[in-house]
Design a protein around this ligand. Structure first.
Ligand SMILES: [Zn+2]
Length: 461
């Protein structure tokens, strides 16, 4: 494989190849392109590292993985030297809100195929191979785009989630959830999701500081029971320890946020130990304002300028200057203590950021990486544990068996990094290249497209 130079022609060809790779069916395509990638430190996604690795990609799959010198160059294969680089599996972000955010706008009008496709491209740019829309679908577009994937991250969806009427998600997403008042209704809607083969079921169990009615226990019991009949997992937006414990008693599969009202107690830890497959998302990205007291250095990193407008970066930087209330800060601190407690209990962490939601903002892709950093710097996870949360564990929860690891038979979805994230988790953002289903993501072409859009916006002001 020749290194693609960043001429406009090269960018055009790369973008064309990328688009064509999705348009051509296997039966029509040439024999699979085979490439040997040699010399990288390889983070395999199962907890292991191969210091001086070699791996073969054939078409869209990983064929062989081993040490440099022990994996032979197949006849006719290309060779790519990755000496000095680190390779890790592409990420999976299992808590995202798609299609409401479009640059600085946050509204229902943005739930269009064009905007959803752009968001998937943004995730791909950052090396995110798949996302889960966490219960805020507005139409069947998510299912259609899952069935016929455009380039970009794979779109997985929990369809419409559940709350009491008009009491589910926040902001313009509010009416996307099913509002339920009876168990029969709840079961009927779960059946509807099952018929559409939703990837997970989302429920909101939160009174939003006493402003709305919380989903009633008999209703979430009916939802969980009906979902389990269809072999579907249910995950819950929560804030309170009491709700978390009752949901565990009710058989819940995972949490979309951490307990933030008080410290997790021994009763909850015992429940978690009994049910080691229960998964936990931390959404530290979504709650970042309660965790920082001034603008973090990463706001000035080049990767932001490659993907966001100067205005978006300015607003992000300024957001950290606004003082959060003492109660919000206390919740942030409780959140972090609870991560440490759950980690000590051996709980399963899964990457989820809330990007695209009320607090997540439109920083698609960036949030997934800052989440990993916060899990390490504030949550006390090791870099390897954070990477496993964002690769193996998240892929497993979504049933994406082809993702989450670099091993024979897996999809060739990986990130080539210029520095080692096991030394410093912030290095997951030092991206050299991203491969998706065996094809390099045309990052230069995507940046060029976004930059042109920023310029035309600026000119029209
Ligand atoms: Zn959310």
């Amino acid at each position: 494989m020749h290194r693609v130079h960043l001429t406009s022609f090269g960018i055009f060809v790369a973008a064309l190849l990328w688009a064509v790779s999705f348009a051509v069916s296997p039966a029509q395509s040439q024999p699979a392109r085979v490439t040997l990638f040699e010399g990288a430190r390889l983070i395999t996604g199962d907890g292991g590292v191969i210091a001086d690795s070699a791996f073969i990609v054939a078409g869209n799959q990983i064929r062989e993985v081993g040490r440099k010198g022990e994996v032979a160059l197949p006849p006719g294969a290309a060779r790519v030297d990755l000496t000095g680089k680190t390779v890790m599996p592409a990420l999976v972000d299992a808590h995202v809100h798609m299609g409401y955010r479009k640059r600085l706008d946050f509204s229902q009008n943005n739930y269009t195929r064009e905007n959803l496709t752009d968001i998937l491209d943004r995730f791909a740019y950052y090396g995110v191979a798949a996302i889960l829309e966490a219960g805020t679908s507005r139409s069947d577009l998510a299912y259609e785009m899952r069935a016929n994937p455009p380039p970009g991250a794979l779109f997985r969806t929990a369809g419409r989630g559940f709350g009491m009427p008009n009491a589910g998600p926040g902001g313009p997403m509010r009416d996307s959830a099913y509002g339920v008042t009876t168990e029969e209704q709840a079961r009927q809607y779960v059946d509807e999701l099952a018929a559409k083969k939703a990837d997970l079921v989302k429920i909101w169990v939160d009174d939003r500081g006493g402003t709305v009615e919380k989903l009633k226990p008999n209703l979430y019991r009916a939802i969980i029971d009906e979902a389990h009949k269809h072999a579907m997992k249910v995950f819950a937006h929560i804030t309170n320890l009491a709700d978390a414990k009752d949901l565990l008693h009710a058989g819940l599969d995972g949490f979309a946020h951490m307990v933030r009202d008080r410290d997790i107690d021994d009763e909850m830890l015992a429940l978690v130990k009994q049910r080691p497959n229960t998964f936990f998302q931390q959404t530290l990205w979504g709650e970042r304002l309660s965790l920082y007291s001034s603008k973090p250095a990463w706001v000035d990193e080049p990767i932001l300028r490659e993907t966001f407008s100067p205005e978006e970066i300015r607003l992000l930087g300024e957001s950290f200057a606004k003082a959060e209330s003492p109660s919000a800060r206390a919740q942030g601190a409780t959140n972090l203590r609870n991560i440490a407690k759950l980690r000590a209990a051996g709980a399963k962490f899964v990457l989820g950021t809330d990007t695209g939601g009320v607090t997540g903002g439109q920083y698609f892709g960036l949030g997934s990486h800052i989440e990993l950093e916060l899990l390490v710097s504030r949550g006390g996870l090791t870099p390897m544990e954070a990477i496993l949360a964002g690769t193996r564990n998240a892929a497993e929860v979504l049933g994406l068996n082809q993702l989450g690891a670099i091993a024979p038979g897996k999809s060739a979805d990986f990130i080539v990094l210029n520095a080692n994230p096991l030394d410093n988790i912030a290095n997951t953002r030092r991206i050299d290249r991203v491969f998706q289903r065996g094809v390099e993501v045309p990052r230069a072409a995507l940046t060029a497209k976004w930059q042109a859009a920023f310029r035309s916006q600026g000119a029209s002001r």
